[in-house]
Design a protein around this ligand. Structure first.
Ligand code: SF4
Ligand SMILES: [Zn+2]
Ligand SMILES: [Zn+2]
Length: 329
C-alpha cells in the first residue's frame, strides 16, 4: 500500500483514521500529536522566561515510550530557553532487566546532552525489588510495592531537581486501559484524582476541555504528552528513528487485571477501530465532572508522615508501612 500523504511505501495502516502512512509521515504524525498535546494541556506556562525557566523532569525508564518522549521533547524545546529538561531514571533492583534499560537511558541522554539522574531503591530504601518479591510480606503483586516506591522516589527527586512538572511516557493504550479499569472498578474518586493529577489541562491550554485542573498543594503536577499516540506507533517511531530503547519486559510484570483489560481492548480495537480514542474522549469529559464533584487533593486532609515527612492523609505513609513490613520478614 502507498502512503496517503506522499505515495511512498506505507509502513502503517492506522485503522482508527483509515490512513496509510510511510516511515516519514508516521514519525511526523507522532511528533505533531505530541506538540498538540503540549499546547492543549498548556504545559508551557505564560510565566516561563529565559531568566526563570520552567523545569520538566521526565521519568525515563529506557523503554520505548519514555525514550520517544524524551527524544521529541528535546527536539522541540532544545532551543527554547524557557524550558529545561532533566531525565530521572529509577533502578528498582531487578536482575537482568534494569541494567540494560539504564544503558539505553545513558546512551540517549549522552546523545542529546541532557542532564540524567539515576536513583535506586537500594540507596533510597535499602531494598531491591527481587528481594521484595521473594519476601512479599503483604501478599501483594510486585507492581503494588514497586508503584508505591516509585511514586515516592519520583516526587521527592522531582522536587529536589526543582521540577515544575513531572512528565511520563504513558501512551494512548495505557491511558485507555486505566480509564476502563477505573470505570469497571466504579472508582469515581480515582477518576477525579486522575483529572487533577495528570489529565486536566493547565491554565492557558488551548484544547477543547472546559475546565482546567486545580493547582495541587501536595504533589508536583504530572502530564503525559504522548497520551494521544497508540503504543504501536511509538514502537515504530523508536525503530525508525533508531532510538536506543530497551524492549524487554520486567520479569515481575504481572498486573493480572490490567492484562485482562489489555486483551479486551485489543479485541475491541480490532473489531471497532477508534475505541481507545472514543473511550478517552468521553472519559476526559466525565473526569472533569468528577473532579468538580469530588475535588482534588486540596479537598483531602493532607498531613506529613510521622516517619519520613512525605505528604499523606494518614499518620504514616504507605511507603513507610511497606518498608516496616519488609524489615519484619
Ligand atoms: S513491571 Fe511492576 S515490578 Fe516491574 S518495574 Fe514495573 S512496576 Fe516494578
Ligand atoms: Zn509519506
Ligand atoms: Zn513515610
Amino acid at each position: 500500500m502507498e502512503c496517503d500523504k506522499c505515495g511512498s511505501d506505507a509502513v502503517l495502516h492506522a485503522a482508527y483514521s483509515g490512513l496509510y502512512l510511510c516511515e516519514d509521515h508516521l514519525c511526523r504524525a507522532v511528533e505533531k500529536r505530541l506538540r498538540r498535546r503540549v499546547r492543549e494541556d498548556g504545559l508551557v506556562p505564560d510565566g516561563a522566561t529565559p531568566d526563570d525557566p520552567e523545569t520538566w523532569v521526565i521519568g525515563l525508564s529506557g523503554g520505548k515510550d519514555s525514550v520517544v518522549l524524551t527524544h521529541i521533547l528535546h527536539d522541540v524545546f532544545e532551543r527554547d530557553p524557557r524550558i529545561e529538561i532533566v531525565a530521572l531514571s529509577i533502578h528498582e533492583g531487578i536482575e537482568g532487566y534494569r541494567d540494560k534499560s539504564l544503558e539505553a537511558c545513558e546512551e540517549l541522554t549522552d546523545d542529546l546532552g541532557i542532564r540524567h539522574e539515576v536513583v535506586s531503591y537500594e540507596s533510597e530504601f535499602g531494598v531491591q525489588m527481587d528481594d521484595v518479591v521473594e519476601d512479599d510480606p503483604e501478599g501483594m503483586a510486585a507492581c503494588a510495592y514497586c508503584g508505591v516506591f516509585r511514586r515516592d522516589v519520583l516526587s521527592r527527586y522531582a522536587e529536589e531537581l526543582g521540577a515544575d512538572k513531572l512528565l511520563t511516557g504513558h501512551n494512548l493504550d495505557d491511558e485507555a486501559e486505566t480509564a476502563l479499569m477505573n470505570f469497571l472498578e466504579g472508582d469515581v474518586d480515582q477518576i477525579a484524582k486522575h483529572f487533577e493529577s495528570s489529565l486536566g489541562p493547565f491554565e492557558g491550554g488551548d484544547g477543547p476541555a472546559e475546565r482546567t485542573r486545580e493547582p495541587q498543594d501536595h504533589h508536583i503536577p504530572r502530564a503525559k504528552p504522548l497520551r494521544d499516540v497508540p503504543e504501536k506507533e511509538i514502537a515504530l517511531y523508536a525503530r525508525f528513528r533508531d532510538l536506543p530503547a530497551h524492549i524487554t519486559e520486567c520479569p515481575h510484570a504481572a498486573e493480572a487485571y490490567r492484562g485482562e483489560i489489555q486483551d479486551l481492548m485489543l479485541g475491541l480495537e480490532q473489531n471497532h477501530p477508534g475505541t481507545r480514542h472514543s473511550i478517552m474522549a468521553g472519559y476526559e469529559k466525565l473526569a472533569a465532572l468528577a473532579a468538580d464533584a469530588y475535588g482534588g487533593d486540596s479537598e483531602t486532609d493532607f498531613g506529613e508522615c510521622d516517619n519520613c515527612g512525605a505528604p499523606t492523609a494518614r499518620d504514616r505513609c504507605r511507603k513507610c508501612n511497606l518498608l516496616e513490613a519488609l524489615e519484619a520478614v
